[in-house]
Each structure stands twice: as structure tokens, then as C-alpha cells.
Ligand binder design. Structure first.
Ligand code: ZN
Length: 357
């Protein structure tokens, strides 16, 4: 049976170790669907479904969380244009943008969206029904990012957390230091008369870097952004995010001069323009933290710049949530769940599965 939610305040977070005697897990308010995505039986809606459904609550507009074909979408308002561009450019679906923190009753479930700090409009989704409060984080990070609202801890009974980098080896250096190193690399390339090409995801990473560069006066040359990211940058600008000025890079026709920094999606790393311009190359990703991953990428430099939580941030987020039950998604191993069970005494594991398709 559902448990009554105890009163919670953001200020009463306590250390992880030893705070939590194991308690039986509550009946699931959210379950894992048979083909991906999360389903809320009480509200008969889905969160980040991987197929078309009637009602889809979306954490953010990345393709592995937002798919086309659903009838109705709900999302945080700052990300609505990104979502429309990605899943419904012809405007056929019903899109409900909601303000951060506002509560909407969806089939009897109180739903609200809260900043996740991952990309523009990225949100945790808080669900309240049957005496329980659940929070589904979607992707999130705790590091500073001038292109989106910072993560806000949301107290809950059950936390469904992503754990893309859920291993102790993943610890991010300070983002400011990474940007310093990135600009120094660009400066050295410019001084050598070379172009610099940085592989960065077209949605999120590119705009984060542009927003960081906008605040700096030490840019050594012009910026060019791959055309695949240009429209997304316009969506950011429309939401008031200040980006460094750039030219649109069309691989077929553009000729960025020596000294330019070209931001381009990883999918373009083997393109013919690379052979023609012969830029110095780098990648900006959390995966650059691991030497084996660095060596798998055909780049000269790797910058550890992630839009996900690292290991300490995952633990801090669990602590701040005050949740007694933590379900882990997108994790490479069972390491985080096992740590939460064995060290922290929490109920932890994968999201319960839907009993029938
Ligand atoms: Zn994402």
C-alpha cells in the first residue's frame, strides 16, 4: 500500500552514511515500460517515451528522451521551442509548455517541472499521488552552465535518477578550468596558423560553450558553428541566453580562416571538410575522463566537459532529495545502486518494470 509522505524541507538534508534504515519500497508510482520510457499507471501517461503515446511528459529535448509521434507533450517552457523543433516541426501535436514549479493536475496526478541544469529547459519531473512524491530527474548536472537554469534539489520519497556516469572514476574538473584550457588550446592553434575544430553535441554542449565564451574577452579568433546547431542556437537566444557571436559553418561552402574555432557535432568528425581544412581537433565530453575513451576518438585533445552529474554529484543529489528509495537509470553498471544499498542503507535498484506490455 502507498505510504504517507512525511513532511520535508530542503534544509533538513543529512549525511548519506547511516541516515536511512532500510524500509520496504512503496508501490510504484512510475514503472519502466516494455520498450523504454517510464509509465505512470495512476495518471496513465508516460515520461520520455521512446515510442508514440497519447500523453508524453518530457524532461528535455535530447533525442533519447524526446521522440516524435505522440499526441500531447508536456515540457518546461524554456525548452518548448527545442522540443517542437526536434519532435514536431509541423506543429501537429499538442504542446503544453509549463512554468518551472507550477503544478498541473494530469489525470489526478500533481505534476511539476523543476530545473535540472542539463540543457535549456531540462527538467526534473515531480509527481505526487497516492500519498507519495516521486521525482524523475531526467539527465542533469550540478556544474555551472550559463546556458540554462541550475539544478534545484526537490525533496521526495522516491528518486528516479539517471546515472550515465555512475562510477567513482567519473569526477569532473572545475568547468572554469576546462574552459581556460580550451581557450589556451585554441590560442595555440591560432598562433600556429591553424584552425581549431571542437566536436561538441549540437544541442546543449555547443550552446554551453558559446555561452561560456560570450563572457570571455580572450577569444583568439572567430567562431563558426556547424549548421546543424545554428537553429538550436537561435532557440537559446530567443530564451535570453547570451551566446558568443558566430558564423554558420556549412561544410560544403564555408571557408573559416586560420585562427577560427569550429564547433561541430561528433557525427561530422570524419567529414571531407576535415581533410580539406586540416584543423587541430579536440572533443568536449565527460567520456574524455577515461583514457581508453580518449584514445578511441580521432582527436588531438580531449576536454572533460560533461552535461551529466559525476559520481560526487550523484551522491550529493541523492542526499539532497532525502529519498529513502532510489531507482537508477542509464547506469553502466549496478555500482551506484549497490553503493546506495550497502553503504547508505537505502532501497536502491533499477526502476520496477511494467508487469505487462
Ligand atoms: Zn540529455
Amino acid at each position: 500500500m502507498p505510504k504517507a509522505a512525511r513532511p520535508r524541507t530542503p534544509g533538513d538534508a543529512r549525511p548519506l552514511a547511516g541516515i536511512c534504515p532500510a524500509m520496504p519500497a512503496p508501490d510504484p508510482l512510475v514503472v519502466q515500460g516494455p520498450r523504454g520510457g517510464l509509465y505512470c499507471p495512476a495518471g496513465d501517461f508516460w515520461i520520455d517515451p521512446l515510442r508514440s503515446v497519447e500523453t508524453a511528459l518530457i524532461t528535455h529535448a535530447h533525442a533519447d528522451h524526446a521522440r516524435s509521434g505522440s499526441a500531447t507533450y508536456w515540457c518546461a517552457a524554456p525548452g518548448a521551442a527545442l522540443l517542437r523543433r526536434r519532435v514536431d516541426p509541423r506543429g501537429r501535436a499538442h504542446l503544453n509548455p509549463v512554468d518551472f514549479g507550477a503544478v498541473h493536475l494530469i489525470n489526478g496526478v500533481r505534476c511539476s517541472w523543476h530545473p535540472a541544469g542539463h540543457i535549456l529547459g531540462s527538467a526534473q519531473i515531480r509527481l505526487e499521488a497516492e500519498g507519495q512524491v516521486w521525482v524523475v530527474t531526467g539527465d542533469y548536472k550540478r556544474a555551472p552552465d550559463p546556458s540554462c537554469r541550475p539544478f534545484e534539489p526537490v525533496p521526495c520519497d522516491v528518486l528516479v535518477t539517471e546515472a550515465t556516469f555512475g562510477l567513482p572514476v567519473y569526477r569532473w574538473p572545475p568547468a572554469d578550468a576546462v574552459m581556460d584550457a580550451l581557450v589556451a588550446w585554441w590560442r595555440d592553434a591560432a598562433a600556429a596558423g591553424d584552425r581549431a575544430a571542437l566536436w561538441a553535441y549540437s544541442l546543449g554542449k555547443t550552446q554551453r560553450i558559446l555561452a561560456c565564451l560570450a563572457a570571455r574577452t580572450d577569444r583568439p579568433g572567430p567562431l563558426w558553428v556547424h549548421r546543424a546547431a545554428a537553429g538550436l542556437c537561435a532557440d537559446y537566444a530567443a530564451q535570453g541566453v547570451t551566446l558568443a557571436p558566430f558564423e554558420v559553418f556549412d561544410p560544403a561552402t564555408s571557408q573559416p580562416p586560420p585562427g577560427a574555432l569550429i564547433l561541430t557535432p561528433p557525427a561530422a568528425e570524419d567529414a571531407a571538410w576535415r581533410q580539406a581544412l586540416r584543423p587541430q581537433t579536440a572533443s568536449a565530453s565527460g567520456w574524455m575522463r577515461v583514457r581508453r575513451q580518449r584514445h578511441q576518438r580521432p582527436v588531438d585533445r580531449g576536454f572533460v566537459l560533461s552535461d551529466h552529474a559525476d559520481w560526487p554529484a550523484l551522491l550529493d543529489t541523492v542526499r539532497a532529495s532525502q529519498a529513502r528509495t532510489v531507482y537508477v537509470m542509464h547506469s553502466p553498471t549496478d555500482t551506484l545502486a549497490r553503493y546506495l544499498r550497502e553503504v547508505c542503507g537505502l532501497n536502491a535498484g533499477p526502476v520496477p518494470r511494467l508487469a505487462q506490455a
